[in-house]
Design a protein around this ligand. Structure first.
Ligand code: NAD
Ligand code: UFG
Length: 334
């Protein structure tokens, strides 16, 4: 297929572009590079040996520019990763988040409609479940109760997509709810490149391991979990990318899938796995809970397995190994 990938230079987008190219698809990336680097394109070409990858530096809110691109390339489908994703930043700059994520998606959908491209795979998040009533979380669990503007943008976009589908059932839309993507391609050539001090656990750990940061703060040891630290469903980004290809293959109508492993690991479990696999000590201290965090969040991933034939294959040891491989080969990112 001929596929447009918005945000394809970013962390998850780049791994998905790689998988799409390896599966024989034709790919065009649109990215404004606000949180990524052009260097990603060279790395993808190096890994795949495929040079036919088109890149357009553009903001998805540029409706006129988008229209020209759609008219020129005649896409079959769109994978939409572009957006802002920092929970903390979203509380300080809510308007930027609503404008980019919600406004940008509305503009993209409008251009798709005019171009009669009605197949979309969208990056949603487990954050739409808010503080879940119980775990594992299935797709039928209630959504809402998001605790920050970023999460609310994902919820609003999900609603926009369901309203769009209700108005016109010739659309095919997958809303993929990611749990906690970590790790990197095994080559160590592409990976997560957070600017500044990372907010997320895995990049923080790898930067403590490399000596860039002194010590990890474990945010809370008094949650209602086995060891008191927060539990999450970490999923290898290569597995996550594969889920997008399966969703595209099977897509019919409006569908919503959890992409997670179904296993929950605590912060202390992740530290231990990292230390054991990579033979590096991680210096950490117990710190107060982080505002807005929940105790436990992991997926019931059975729907994606039964309907898409997809399931995550890579375990926590591969996640911490590949995260460290990427960090140690790219100490300053791209
Ligand atoms: P990322 O920041 O690495 O990638 C996003 C890409 O979109 C970047 O390359 C950025 O430059 C680009 N971009 C942002 N706004 C744009 C715009 N207006 N026009 C064009 N390009 C734009 O983030 P990621 O981790 O790869 O996440 C991809 C998607 O998955 C996002 O929508 C994110 O909200 C969602 N998601 C991420 C996580 C996670 O933990 N990483 C979890 C759940 C959902
Ligand atoms: N944590 C620490 N120390 C840190 C960073 C994180 O102890 O320095 C803990 C958190 O308290 C939490 C766990 O590690 O228990 C995971 O935290 P992350 O920040 O890595 O991930 P979150 O689960 O908070 O958030 C992620 C994405 C969000 C997304 C959410 C739900 O960052 O974008 O998953 O999908 F909304």
């Amino acid at each position: 297929m001929n596929i447009l990938v918005t945000g394809g230079c970013g962390y998850i987008g780049s791994h998905t572009v790689l998988a799409l190219l390896e599966a024989g698809h034709k790919v065009t990336i649109i990215d404004n590079l606000c949180n990524s680097s052009r260097e990603v394109l060279e790395r993808i070409k190096n890994i795949t040996g495929i040079n036919e990858l088109t890149f357009v530096e553009m903001d998805i809110r540029d409706a006129d520019g988008l229209e020209i691109v759609f008219n020129h390339y005649k896409f079959d489908a769109v994978m939409h990763f572009a957006g802002l994703k920092s929970v903390g930043e979203s509380t300080k700059k809510p308007l930027e988040y609503y404008d980019n994520n919600v406004g940008g998606t509305a503009i993209l959908l409008n251009v798709m409609k005019h171009a009669n491209v009605k197949t979309l795979v969208f990056s949603s998040s487990a954050t739409v479940y808010g503080d879940p009533i119980s775990v594992p979380i299935s797709e039928t669990a209630p959504t809402g109760g998001t605790t920050n503007p970023y999460g609310t943008t994902k919820l609003m976009i999900e609603q926009m997509l369901s309203d769009l589908y209700a108005s016109d059932q010739s659309w095919n839309i997958a809303r993929l709810r990611y749990f906690n993507p970590v790790g990197a391609h095994e080559s160590g050539l592409i990976g997560e490149d957070p600017g500044g001090i990372p907010n997320n656990l895995m990049p923080y750990i790898t930067q403590v391991a490399s000596g860039k940061l002194d010590e990890l703060s474990v945010y809370g040891d008094d949650y209602d979990t086995a060891d008191g630290s927060g539990v999450r469903d970490y999923i290898h980004v290569v597995d996550l990318a594969a889920g997008h290809l399966k969703a595209l293959d099977k897509l019919e109508g409006l569908a919503t899938y959890n992409l997670g492993t179904g296993k929950g690991y605590s912060v202390l479990d992740v530290i231990k796995a990292f230390e054991d696999v990579n033979d590096i000590k991680i210096s950490y201290k117990i710190a107060p809970r982080r505002e807005g965090d929940i105790a436990s969040c992991y997926a019931d991933p059975t729907l994606a397995e039964s309907e898409l034939g997809w399931k995550a294959n890579k375990d926590i040891n591969q996640m911490v190994r590949d995260a460290w491989n990427w960090q140690s080969k790219n100490p300053t990112g791209y």
